[in-house]
Design a protein around this ligand. Structure first.
Ligand code: SF4
Ligand code: SF4
Length: 721
């Protein structure tokens, strides 16, 4: 129980600090709401319930780093429970006789209404929980502080070339973490010490406060004055300190405690593969697309920066950051946050930032390093979307005619002129089909069940066209009723949209939808995950509503229905499989390729990074068009090494195990990327890249000639960098 003077001081502190904190939090609200409008929110109640359960179970944290996540969970549970503990401590300080130690045995006399809680043992349960969580929180915090102080966790560092706010460069994240860490140690440690002092003063341990009872042994023999003084001091260090600390939360990364659950609940509203519009739906015509300054971003992207834990989990999975580039998805959120802190009151007052994002948040070079693989978004424990910022910045750079990579520039020019990025006339699109000994239907002239949207790489790249022909033959053999658009097909626009060329994307969509409109088909299939994503997730916004399938699902269905049959089991292959980002992470197409491999009898081993956690090949988001090859180990090379260590191979088919070792893919771009990576890493004698269609053809019979043709074709061609 506090003295009257202490009570008055506390009430004044509460009013003063409470008012200041409310003002700061209102300012944060003003800053976040200064962002552009976002697509309307829907189903908020179920989303908040799911977010609440996920946060309570700490599910998003455990996507990676399980050991650190366990210690984080200790702090999370402890600190969350301490909201309740703090309330009861304040009551103990103000309400005579309100004491919870020893099961709250004196409580009933003071507050008879609380008798049921005491009789049910709830006070004991509360004490036990607080006691255990105090120790776990302290343990977790010590581990995190050691991790920060020892500074040996490379995951907390950034590549040299990453653009960082000057304060981040000057170790402000470290300072902030230290301040908050020490605060938590003092806050929780003082409360825990206070409980031990009270038990020591009463001269009796409490079965439901085992750790505090043990700790109390240190304080036996204290004089009454020393004991009372220490109990009061510990109360102030625990409760008074948290009051003083509240305003600091507004500037600290630890505001994530409050913002992260909201951010998770308000997270991406549409499908992973659907981008938000480049200007808000109701925006006046003068609003330019994309983002130049921070308030050009939609408000949820501003909220992201307040939710960010600054944990760098997104850097861990970013193929560009791992390659050593200047792109760091974590730095985007961190820089945004420091920008807000820097101009806090002016931005909260309604000023528009004059600081270009490409000078203060992410360098132009980094903007063009993103493969749009979605790994950073998927792994972020608080639901941040740094990739969305990058695409918005690209949109504005393209709109403003800023200088961009020459390779991307010429790919866009070709796409605008020819509808493909191979700089070929539209009549060359179906050249691959001319060599077949049967005619593929033209769906613009005759009806078919499936429209096969072939895609640019599968249509034009000579390393891939033999595989396209194999797909055609297998479908023919299975009696699938399909056709293609021939010269009417244009690039789906998936990657065009992701490099930020909204106008060209819309033109391609329009042209393709016009071609679809004059065709007769029921469903769409494609071998290209990028086209699959655009057709499935982007085209519906423009009226293109069809069921869109990846060929792996179609093939599986053909086997399951008996229209294709395995004649030759492929047990002589040891293989792993690479999930393409736009089939896997974006569209959750994980099962069909794996079931196919199982059905074909391949000896299959999963790589450590698989399915949701798959690693990007490095081609997406326009990266395959880059005119310059970034330095460092390319993502595809890194992936080939992962496959080799997974399959522990020495020499392919000629070593102690005679099986052939395969890297199986289900994406035309992956055929190109990984065939190249096998060569550049010097592993041609250890592993071979095969498209899943080659295995299917071999299993159903008559594949040898086809495989030979592909190999001959590959060896004749110089692989592009
Ligand atoms: S989308 Fe992929 S490449 Fe782009 S920032 Fe995120 S993790 Fe990195
Ligand atoms: S964006 Fe997400 S994953 Fe990246 S540092 Fe922030 S909280 Fe961590």
């Amino acid at each position: 129980m506090l003295t009257p003077t202490e009570q008055i001081i506390f009430i004044f502190m509460l009013l003063g600090v409470g008012g200041l904190t409310a003002y700061l939090f209102y300012s944060i609200y003003k800053i976040i709401s200064s962002g552009r409008a976002a697509p309307p929110l829907s189903n908020l109640v179920p989303k908040f319930i799911t977010a609440f359960v996920d946060v309570l179970l700490q599910k998003p944290m455990f996507r990676t780093r399980p050991i650190l996540s366990t210690f984080h969970a200790f702090i999370f549970f402890g600190f969350s429970f301490y909201f309740l503990v703090n309330v009861t401590d304040v009551l103990e300080g103000f309400v005579p006789g309100f004491e919870l130690i020893y099961g709250g045995r004196g409580l009933v006399e003071v507050t008879p209404a609380l008798a049921p809680l005491v009789n049910l043992g709830l006070v004991n349960l509360f004490n036990l929980t607080a006691d255990i969580l105090s120790v776990l929180t302290l343990l977790g915090m010590v581990v995190f502080l050691i991790r920060r102080f020892r500074g040996q966790d490379k995951r907390l560092r950034f590549n040299e070339s990453v653009l960082l706010h000057p304060k981040v460069k000057k170790s402000w994240i470290f300072i902030d973490s230290t301040i908050v860490g020490v605060f938590i140690l003092i806050h929780v440690g003082s409360r825990f010490t206070g409980q031990a002092l009270r038990l020591a003063e009463a001269g009796q341990s409490d079965l439901f406060m085992p750790f505090a009872s043990l700790y109390a042994n240190l304080f036996t023999g204290l004089s009454e004055a020393a004991s009372t003084g220490s109990i009061h001091l510990s109360w102030w260090l625990a409760i008074g300190l948290i009051l003083l600390f509240l305003p600091y939360f507004a500037r600290s990364k630890h505001i994530h405690l409050m913002v992260a659950p909201i951010n998770i609940a308000l997270g991406k509203q549409n499908a992973r593969g659907t981008l938000d519009p480049s200007v808000p739906a109701e925006a006046p015509p003068e609003v330019e697309p994309g983002a130049k300054v921070i308030q050009d971003l939609a408000w949820p992207r501003l909220l992201d920066s307040y939710a960010c834990i600054m944990c760098n989990r997104c850097n861990d999975v970013c193929p560009a950051h791992s390659q050593g580039s200047s792109l760091s998805p974590a730095a985007i959120e961190i820089n945004k946050r420091y920008l807000f802190n820097e101009d806090f009151f002016t931005l909260a007052g309604g000023a528009i930032s004059q600081k270009p994002l490409t000078e203060h948040v992410i360098s132009p070079e980094a903007v063009w390093s993103c493969t749009t693989c979605y790994a950073c978004v998927r792994v972020c424990p608080v639901g941040n979307e740094p990739m969305a910022d990058i695409i918005d910045i690209r949109r504005r750079m393209i709109n403003d005619g800023d200088e961009i990579d020459t390779g991307i520039q010429s790919a866009l020019e070709s796409l605008g002129k020819n509808g493909n990025w191979f700089n070929k006339g539209s009549r060359a699109r179906a050249k691959w089909a001319k060599d077949l000994d049967f005619k593929i239907k033209d769906v613009t002239k005759e009806s078919a069940e499936y429209l096969w949207f072939v895609g640019d790489t599968a249509s034009f790249d000579a390393r891939v066209t033999p595989l396209t022909q194999t797909v055609a033959k297998v479908l023919q053999q299975a009696g699938v009723d399909y056709g293609i658009l021939y010269k009417e097909e244009k690039n789906s626009g998936n990657d065009v949209r992701r490099v930020g060329e909204e106008g060209l994307f819309e033109m391609l969509v329009e042209d393709n939808l016009a071609a679809f409109g004059k065709s007769q088909f029921q469903q769409i299939m494609t071998t290209d995950p990028h086209s699959l994503n655009a057709l499935r997730n982007e085209y519906p916004q423009y009226g293109g509503m069809w069921r869109v399938h990846h060929y792996s699902s179609i093939l599986l269905e053909l086997f399951e229905s008996g229209r294709l049959q395995v004649k030759n089991k492929l047990g002589h292959y040891r293989a792993t499989y690479h999930d393409p980002c736009y089939l896997g992470r974006y569209n959750r197409g994980y099962e069909a390729p794996r079931k196919l491999l199982e059905l074909l009898g391949v000896q299959f081993t999963e790589m450590p990074r698989n399915k949701e956690n798959s690693y990007c090949c490095g081609a997406g988001g326009g990266q395959i068009w880059l005119g310059t090859t970034p330095e460092g180990e390319r993502p595809a090379e890194n992936r080939i090494r992962e496959a080799l260590s997974t399959l522990s191979v020495s020499t392919n088919g000629a070593g102690p195990t005679p099986e052939k070792v395969l890297f199986v893919v289900a994406c035309p771009k992956d055929v190109v990327m990984y065939t190249d990576a096998v060569k550049t890493t010097g592993n041609e004698d250890k592993i071979e890249v095969r498209d899943i269609i080659q295995l299917v053809e071999e299993a159903i019979g008559g594949a040898e000639a086809q495989i030979q043709a592909v190999e001959e074709s590959s060896s004749e061609l110089k692989v592009a960098a």
